[in-house]
Design a protein around this ligand. Structure first.
Ligand SMILES: N[C@@H](CCC(=O)N[C@@H](CS)C(=O)NCC(=O)O)C(=O)O
Length: 354
């Protein structure tokens, strides 16, 4: 049981979008937490008294949560999407998963888009523009520790920027695809601006996990990295403000009536789903096919441009989870969900053979 004297423990850094996603979730849900700044495994001399005692996660990702198992032993757990579902079952009230199964399914798709497509925008803008590289490389080391020597932080700047620039290809960013990624971010902002004009959140007047996924990535895109920050301010001042507001929603009160009705999906939400169909879906399907046939690369066309990148088993798992969520709907809800997906050009997400 989580209480003020027994808060949920998690570790991460302010520069990590998934860490910001989860901190915003915990604040909105009013779940007591203890946030340990840093990265699992960092040494005591960097200011990490917990460093030696915390268990290491199987895959070192931020944020890492520390949950006690049935024997009271702390286990390191990663991956925000299933952690959100776990917290839903452990702590009641202020749910971020809509009660309407069709809406919950749309939320799942939008959460995946935030986590897996907007993160490409984030990674691309941060590491493909000199001004953004310079800022990130200078600041990121100090998120780990304040007592780094100037010499060491300069070495870290070089190590981090070389490593991250060298990984741009992993998210599909290259000279051919950069316009696809950049234009997709601008369209996302335009769609958000139209949507937020009438709805406080993606699915109505209360936040869902999809909102927090977007907010997490957008903390970087709208408030840290200079190039996308400028684009955001010019394209959607509403989205700029939305991100800051949503990082701490502990004060808003909500009711069940605050969700939109799945019988009446606003056109502005369909437009956002159309964006998922245009960019995220083709690469998800192509990736899943490649993973299924054991290929370590995949190629597809997005927005008329060749898209080529290493295949990614985790994202094949994301597609499988999406399809499982669809399959778990009853027949009536599945028919309703498919009609919405088809209206947005997203039908293949659940029907195409992979
Ligand atoms: N699917 C994971 C992704 C977490 C993730 O990728 N975190 C990034 C930091 S924001 C990370 O730890 N990357 C590993 C690295 O950069 O080496 C989630 O939703 O929590």
């Amino acid at each position: 049981m989580t209480t003020d004297s027994n808060p949920i423990k998690l570790q991460g850094v302010p520069g990590s979008p998934y860490t910001r996603k989860m901190l915003a979730v915990l604040r909105y849900r009013r779940i007591p937490y203890r946030f340990i700044i840093g990265q699992p495994g960092l040494p005591i001399e960097w200011g990490y008294p917990d460093g030696a005692s915390l268990p290491m996660p199987k895959v070192p990702l931020l944020p890492t949560f520390y949950f006690k198992d049935e024997n009271g032993v702390e286990q390191a757990v990663t991956d925000s999407t299933p952690i959100i579902r776990r917290l839903e079952s452990e702590v009641s009230g202020r749910s971020i998963i809509p009660g309407d199964p069709v809406l919950a399914f749309l939320n799942y798709i939008l959460e995946d888009y935030g986590d897996e497509w907007l993160t490409r925008c984030m990674f691309h803008f941060r590491w493909a523009f000199p001004a953004d590289v310079a800022k990130a490389a200078t600041i990121l080391p100090f998120y780990q520790a304040m007592n780094l020597s100037d010499e060491f932080s300069e070495t870290m700047q070089k190590v981090i920027s070389e490593r991250q620039i060298g990984r741009l290809y992993v998210v599909g960013s290259n000279e051919t695809t950069r316009s696809v990624i950049e234009q997709s971010y601008v369209r996302f902002l335009e769609n958000m601006d139209r949507h937020l004009h009438h709805h406080q959140f993606l699915l109505g007047q209360r936040p869902a996990s999809a909102d927090f996924a977007a907010v997490g990535q957008l903390t970087c895109l709208t408030h840290f990295d200079p190039t996308p920050t400028d684009i955001t301010i010019k394209t959607s001042p509403r989205t700029y403000a939305w991100v800051e507001r949503n990082e701490d929603l502990c004060g808003i009160e909500v009711t069940d009536a605050d969700w939109i009705a799945s019988d009446d999906i606003p056109d502005t939400l369909i437009a956002l789903l159309r964006e998922v169909a245009r960019t995220h879906m083709p690469q998800m399907l192509a990736n899943a096919k490649a993973v299924a046939s054991g290929k370590d690369q995949f190629e597809t066309v997005i927005d008329g441009k060749q898209w080529k990148q290493p295949s990614f088993p985790y994202q094949a798992k994301c597609l499988r989870w999406t399809r499982e969520a669809y399959a778990s709907l009853n027949e009536k809800d599945r028919t309703k969900a498919l009609a919405i997906l088809e209206k947005a050009g997203l039908g293949d997400l659940v029907t195409a053979t992979v």
